[in-house]
Design a protein around this ligand. Structure first.
Ligand code: F6R
Length: 242
């Protein structure tokens, strides 16, 4: 794993530049996308670059990592809604080529087909990940098998509490999510992970220094051949001061 340390502004710009380079090299790239707070500035940079004519998403296909079970795509906290509002509505992407797991209706069947759909699209060229304070990637909580494909997962209590900041109260946070599995994530050709803030310091320490096992889902990334970790000083503090 490579590592870049910088401010959120600096690392978000570097990651956006990776996406722009990827798409300009291969206009029909397949991208893997995350929601949450971590990638927000990356997406703003991509919107800006698109508006300035530096990159076009016309032929790009996207697959999102996860979606809450129980929320449909019009719900303000659903990840489909997030992606539309934070990125897709502002760029020249063909929305029919944007895939987000389903949270309602045939969500189980759709999740089962997701890895095949990714494979048929040619596989993910570049995937952006955030990381949970408990070391989850996607919604693969501690204990998820390393060989897992896309599935329906139970959210850890710590994740429900972390994510309750975006809901009216903790009881409104869904308890389950559809998520790409750890194997699905590892199948991406290139991975970038972004983490900022003290709340992520333990997870980043585990990522670099913890034992590699299923109790630490993110530790699987050490086996990926092209994975770069982008962190700010706070998130990296427990690794740097070791
Ligand atoms: C979201 C996802 C999650 C988040 C993680 C961090 O699609 O896959 O793993 O990346 O929970 O969330 P934030 O960025 O909100 O701290």
């Amino acid at each position: 794993m490579k590592v870049h340390v910088g401010t959120n502004e600096e690392i978000s710009k570097l990651i956006a530049d990776e996406f722009i380079k990827q798409i300009n090299t291969k206009p029909d790239s397949v991208l893997g996308l995350a929601t949450g707070t971590s990638p927000l500035l990356v997406y703003s940079n991509l919107i800006k670059a698109n508006k300035e004519g530096k990159v076009s998403f016309k032929n790009v296909t996207t697959f999102n990592l996860d979606e809450y079970i129980g929320l449909d795509g019009t719900h303000e906290q659903s990840y489909r809604y997030f992606m539309n509002v934070k990125l897709f509505d502002h760029i020249d992407i063909d929305k029919s080529k944007t895939h987000v797991l389903k949270g309602v209706d045939d969500y189980e069947d759709y999740a089962k087909k997701y890895d095949d759909l990714i494979l048929k699209s040619g596989g993910i060229d570049l995937l952006i990940l955030g990381i949970g304070s408990d070391g989850h990637i996607g919604f693969n909580e501690p204990g998820t098998p390393f060989d897992s494909l896309t599935h329906i997962a139970d959210l850890a209590q710590s994740t429900i509490i972390d994510n309750s900041r975006l809901f009216n109260n903790v009881d409104e946070v869904p308890k389950k999510a559809a998520t790409m599995g750890l194997k699905s994530i590892m199948n991406a050709k290139k991975i970038v992970l972004i983490a900022t803030g003290k709340n992520k310091a333990n997870a980043i320490k585990d990522l670099f220094l913890g034992e590699k096992n299923e109790k630490i889902p993110c530790s699987i990334l050490r086996d990926h051949k092209d994975c770069t970790i982008y962190v700010d000083d706070d998130a990296y503090s427990l690794v740097k001061n070791k």
